[in-house]
Structures are given as structure tokens and as C-alpha cells.
Design a protein. Structure first.
Length: 322
């Protein structure tokens, strides 16, 4: 598929043909994230253990593309979307891996319509695949340019990774700015509302740092670690040399600081982002959340410096492989 192309392949295929791949009944999990993004995670209600039946990475991507066609038909025909754009790893913007999801940018739907569309998509999307519906009108300019193919990803894999890391740093800057503004409104002792707000910013900030780790691991190290503690493992992986002769991304001191942000909202079975979203506000330690928020600006400076040095290595190494 060409970059920025609206999804219209297989327009004659019916939704039922894709549903035949996974005919069981599915339920939808919906959560709102920043910038109006609706994340839709799917679970097979009749057999939770059937994910292993989906075979190779290549087969998973091929099925994901068929599902993208079906979702596009539904969004256009039933909900009146003007256009739907496939982007992300399914389109080839980044390496497809075992945890890749299906990214669809939708034009012409309100937030409510987008939410209702997500509920309808449960009829055709299997449990191993998550679908992210992004309102095209409300994404950041650089994201929109990438979705529409106005900004081409370099063909050289090292330069492509550098571009993706630079985009993550832009997002990290925005989050840091939002956290700084929030801190100005918080007193010496955050109340429950303030603690929740700061914790959400910290969640997003750490996730942005984790996406940097994920992109390096997928692009150079052959994929993400497996297992329940992969969030911790991928962070530690960035402190070691990796695939393609890459140097460590973060030094030991920065790893310790990042791990402190990860662990603060961790529990035995729920990683940082899950704990922030599901525990009650009064369980958050207001003083500790404030301390972490106040230290975030310095953390971001260190992360940006480390990624900047790593991007210099990517630039130099790209000239070797060209």
C-alpha cells in the first residue's frame, strides 16, 4: 500500500468474510487517551486461549490488513466516515511485530460517532489484535503529515528509526510542558484530584519513554521481550549493547531513574499504566506523586540528551549500510 493511501482494497469483500477468520463472539474494551484517540482492545469471550492459533508474524499482518479493509467498509458505510487511512506498522511505517496493533485514522466522525463505531467493530476484530481509531482532524500536525504521506519515512532503517525517535521526543516535550503547567496549579500538598491529574501525566510521560525503548528493540534487537515482566525487561535492555552493534541507549543512572517511575505505580500483576488507571485516587501517595512530577523535567532533559547521542550513532551507522 502506498504511504498515505486511504484503505479501500477489497471493497467487494463483505464483513462476514473477514468474520469467518474468527467467528466467535467478541467483546470490546474502550478507553479514552489524550488527543481524542480511542483504543479498542478485543477479547475472545468464548475461548481465551485461542491466540496461539494465529501463526506467524507474516500471517498475522496479512490477516490484519484484511481486517483493516472490513473496518474501513463499516466506518464508511454505516457511520459515514469521509476517509479512513491505515498507518503504523501494518502499513509498513515501522516493523510489524507480535504486539503490533491496527492504526486507523478516521476523517469526518465526531467523538461520539467514533466511540459507537468502535463498539460495532467488535463483530469483525479477533482477540489477538487491538485497533486504534484516531480522529484525523484532532491529531498533532506531524502525526497528520505522516498519516497522509506528506512526510515520507526514510527507506534506510537506521534513518527511519531516528525519525521515529525524534517524533517521540516531540511528544515527550509536549507531555513535559503539560506536566509543568499542572504543577503550577498544585499546592504543596496535592488533593485527590490533583494527584490523579499528575499521576496521569506521569503515566503518559513514562509510556513515551517506554515507546522509545520499544522502537529500538523492534527495529534493532529483533523484537520485544516476552513474558509478564516485559516492561521491565525492555527498559533494562536499553542499558546493554544490542542488535546491529548498537550502543546502550541509557546509562545505568538514567535507567535507575526511569525504573523508579515505572515501579512507583507498579504492582505484582499490573504495570505502571494499569495501576494509575484502575486504583482509587486515595491510594495514590500525593506527596510522592508530587515529588516524581517535580523531578520529571530533569528526567526529560536526560532522556533527550541520551536519545540525541543515540541518534548520532544511527546517523553515522546509516552511512555504512547505504
Amino acid at each position: 500500500m502506498r504511504s498515505g493511501e486511504a484503505v479501500n482494497r477489497g471493497a467487494g469483500d463483505s464483513l462476514s468474510r473477514v468474520a469467518e477468520v474468527s467467528p466467535e463472539v467478541w467483546s470490546v474494551r474502550r478507553s479514552s487517551t489524550r488527543q481524542g484517540k480511542v483504543e479498542i482492545g478485543w477479547r475472545n469471550m468464548s475461548s481465551l486461549g485461542k491466540v496461539s492459533r494465529v501463526k506467524s508474524r507474516k500471517e498475522r499482518r496479512a490477516e490484519a490488513l484484511k481486517i483493516a479493509d472490513a473496518c474501513t467498509r463499516l466506518l464508511k458505510e454505516r457511520f459515514g466516515a469521509r476517509a479512513v487511512y491505515l498507518f503504523g506498522s501494518a502499513r509498513g511505517d515501522a516493523p510489524w511485530h507480535s504486539d503490533s496493533d491496527l492504526d486507523l485514522a478516521v476523517e469526518g466522525l465526531s467523538s461520539r460517532e467514533l466511540s459507537l463505531a468502535g463498539a460495532e467493530l467488535e463483530r469483525v476484530v479477533p482477540g489477538w489484535l487491538e485497533v486504534d481509531l484516531v480522529p484525523l482532524e484532532r491529531v498533532y500536525p506531524e502525526v497528520r503529515a505522516r498519516i497522509l504521506g506528506e512526510k515520507q519515512m526514510p527507506e534506510n532503517p537506521y534513518l527511519a528509526l531516528r525519525t521515529r525517535l525524534e517524533e517521540e521526543l516531540i511528544d515527550l516535550d509536549r507531555l513535559d510542558h503539560g506536566l509543568t503547567e499542572s504543577l503550577k496549579r498544585v499546592g504543596a500538598t496535592p488533593d485527590e484530584f490533583s494527584a490523579r491529574a499528575l499521576a496521569t501525566y506521569l503515566d503518559d510521560l513514562y509510556k513515551s519513554c517506554e515507546r522509545i525503548c520499544e522502537r529500538v528493540a523492534v527495529s534493532l534487537d529483533g523484537g520485544l521481550p516476552e513474558g509478564e515482566r516485559w516492561h521491565q525487561a525492555v527498559l533494562q535492555q536499553m542499558g546493554q549493547p544490542g542488535g546491529g552493534g548498537r550502543p546502550p541507549v541509557f546509562d545505568s543512572g538514567l535507567l535507575l531513574k526511569l525504573d523508579e517511575y515505572r515501579r512507583r505505580f507498579d504492582s505484582a500483576h499490573h504495570k505502571f499504566r494499569h495501576r494509575v488507571r484502575h486504583i482509587y485516587g486515595y491510594e495514590l501517595e500525593g506527596a510522592r506523586v508530587l515529588e516524581l512530577a517535580q523531578g520529571a523535567e530533569a528526567l526529560v532533559v536526560q532522556v533527550k540528551a541520551a536519545v540525541g547521542i543515540f541518534n548520532q550513532w544511527l546517523e553515522q551507522h546509516s552511512q555504512v549500510v547505504e
